[in-house]
Design a binder for this molecule. Structure first.
Ligand code: AMP
Length: 214
């Protein structure tokens, strides 16, 4: 199955992708995570991407397309992939179509997670994750059971994303409206587009996604 999760920053794409991985055995391919890896390893791509990401803008299409195509060629996830954060522009959506056609694959579902934008800004400003295992938390909405200790792995070191501040979030939101939302009709015409209410609880959103995938 090839699934695309679409939605503005903070809609919960990453959280839901992890749930879908566990339940359906798909592999999450997140361009944001891949770029953050590049930043960590200090590659040339990472250095270019860091400045753009910290400004809340989109990394150029050619860099993203070659990064994702290399991953797909390397067989990460094979035919069982959740694309999280990709495609984000019309050029990326077209490039994905060609990549899938070359491999004889087709897109199964596109799920748009709809949310209230002001609520998102609150969500993003409070989020952090465990440095060791990546489990996600929130200052207000999802605290670990024991203060300062990760529920999943017991880690005690946490991190926040450098682009999760209000100014950058607003720029990221604008990029979503200007560059990503216009690709929705493309998928609607293919009959692949579904929309879920992202303001429900994490379980509530996942239940809606489950219904679509089953
Ligand atoms: P995310 O983790 O999906 O919120 O992505 C974080 C940042 O990485 C974005 O604000 C962009 O700067 C960059 N990024 C991630 N995916 C893409 C993409 N498909 N196209 C362009 N930029 C991207």
């Amino acid at each position: 199955m090839i699934l695309i999760l679409l939605g503005p920053p903070g809609a919960g794409k990453g959280t839901q992708a992890k749930r879908v991985e566990e339940r359906f055995g798909l592999i999450q391919l997140s361009t944001g995570d891949l770029l953050r890896e590049e930043v960590k390893t200090g590659s040339e791509l990472g250095a270019t991407a860091k400045k753009i990401m910290d400004a809340g803008e989109l990394v150029p299409d050619d860099l993203i397309i070659s990064m994702i195509s290399a991953r797909m060629d390397a067989g990460s996830g094979g035919n069982e992939v959740i694309l999280d954060g990709f495609p984000r522009t019309e050029a990326q959506a077209e490039a994905l179509d060609s990549m899938l056609a070359e491999k004889g694959l087709s897109l199964d579902h596109v799920i748009q997670i709809e949310v209230d934008e002001e609520a998102i800004i609150k969500r993003l400003a409070g989020r952090y994750s465990c440095t060791k295992c990546g489990a996600g938390y929130h200052d207000e909405f999802e605290k670990p059971a024991k203060d300062g200790v990760c529920d999943t792995c017991g880690g005690t070191d946490f991190q926040r994303r450098s682009d999760d501040n209000e100014q950058t979030v607003r720029t990221r939101m604008a990029a979503y409206h200007e560059q990503t939302r216009p690709i929705l009709p493309f998928y609607e015409r293919k009959g692949a587009l579904n929309t879920v209410d992202g303001m429900a609880t994490i379980d509530g959103v996942f239940n809606q996604i489950e219904e679509i995938l089953e």
